[in-house]
Design a protein around this ligand. Sequence first.
Ligand code: GTP
Ligand code: SPV
Ligand code: MN
Length: 604
Amino acid sequence: MTLKEQLSSWTQNETLKSWVIEQADLCQPEKIHLCEGGEEEYQLFIQQLLKSKTIVQLNTKLRPNSFLANSDPADVARVESKTFICSDSKEDAGPTNNWQDPEEMETLLKGLFKGCMKGRTMYVIPYCMGPINSKLSHIGIEITDSPYVVCSMAIMARIGRKALDFLGQKTFIPGMHSVGVPLEENEIDVPWPCNPKNRYIVHFPSKKSIWSFGSGYGGNALLGKKCFALRIASVLAKEQGWLAEHMLILGLTSPEGQKKYFAAAFPSACGKTNLAMMTASLPGWKVECVGDDIAWMRFGEDGQLYAINPENGFFGVAPGTSFQSNPNAMYAMSKNTLFTNVALTEEGDVWWEGMTQERPERMKDWLGHDWVDKMSGSKAAHPNARFTAKASQCPIIDPMWEDPKGVPIEGIIFGGRRSTTIPLVFQSFNWQHGTFLGTTISSETTAAAEGSVGKLRHDPFAMLPFCGYHMADYFRHWLEMGKKSDPEKLPKIFYVNWFKKDSDGKFLWPGFGDNSRVLKWMFESIQGKDVKEKSSIGYLPKESSLDVSGLHIDPLTLKKLFEVNKEDWTCEIKEIKNYFKLFKDKLPKEIEEELDELEIRIHR
Ligand code: GTP
Ligand code: SPV
Ligand code: MN
């Protein structure tokens, strides 16, 4: 069958057909696979990945239908320095994004993609971000030469026939991906082909297209996630009046059976997955998970903000995840899971730092080396090692998680990884002040992106690496969104910090399941209970209104957790002021005013 014939029996969407033909001409693959989705097809790709030694099968008794991939050591995280927003003008991309002239970039990419799939199979993956048939969902098509990417996409998104049927004659977001390693005739492939010297993760906001070259890892390669659902979607959201955010979504039920939904934005590897599927330490309180990384939100006709999780699975940080810290994640990955860059035990199971207190005697580390030298300090799993598992496998997945309407959001939470200054929790005075809090997030960097770890950087709304346009226009968009509904119907906005440390560098707050105490306080505040009092930075919990029953925490520690230190805040304000200079006269005056007012309150 010719490609044309193959395509005709696959889809009636003419734009899709001609796009696939055009890309096949450009990339010159040896074969083309048009994905249908489904278990049988998935197993076909798994067999291929086993054969190419990209993955190994885990012990089927301990971890049924699960596999481990070890990446090239040079391809382990998102590459922010090689991520581009190629808007028509540099001004539109703003000062926080890398930009190149779109025409120049297109020429460069065409050069890179020419013949890049020689000797490989080109997979065409239709995928739906959001529940099939939801008005809030969008369709993308990813073309890739990586079967690892296809398998990951099959877990992370709703792929294949069902997405294609939903697409019909509508438009889609095209995404081109190649590992960037064409194969000569008879050349033997490596287990994890990638091209670290030539990496480009490129977004064209005008054309709404994505081109990714040279990396096979996570957010660089699974184009539905950060590239589409955040960078391109944030542009769509701005144009169409909704929000595409780096946020988990959770439902919280009180002992009385009342339920409220929250969305929370923390930077990469700062606790979203853990909060989203938390086992509450407070008796009677229950958390259920709608999503752990991305939220698409818009106001309903009733004036409430509704959120859907565009994803279908979790691409979660493995290190630190255990039956103590996050049992629900552990259950979610107990079967049908694709692990990347964790260690392999002698029994054929996985392991990572923090999974168990006792380390296994012998392992293969994430590099595939024998790992016996416990004293050398080398990590068995890469700090950005991940598990990829279907959301439906999470024991506390919310009954409404695929509701096409979304879930009503009553609280929005911002947060970062801050060893000082920021208290455990406080609440904004109103939407505008809450938006201001989002603009001020800074956080210590983590292994989720390449570069140094533990360096404090500004990460407004946890969207620094994910905003597809000018960050100051994004601030403006948030302010405008707040005018779309009655003030009393808007979600309340909170700011949290689980990561404050004492002078010995130990966390002051136990975190994880005990964060339910903070959620409870927010819940009661939204209910209108008398639990908060005004401070210079926002509303703080009233004395004894944070439920610490059963928690062994001394009053001094609690005091430190809520301290608003004048000196620290003076530095903080100075730093924010300095940062805002980056946005010049584009910074919304409302944000500037909020900062001025904060300064006045702090020095009062
Ligand atoms: P991305 O998937 O990169 O967006 O990350 P994420 O925001 O989902 O972060 P995740 O929940 O995976 O947590 C990242 C790291 O932070 C893990 O090593 C966790 O163990 C740790 N962590 C999460 N919650 C807490 C907490 O409440 N307290 C402390 N001290 N550590 C936490
Ligand atoms: C993040 O870095 O925020 C992630 C992982 O969720 S990745 O999909 O690689 O972007
Ligand atoms: Mn993330």
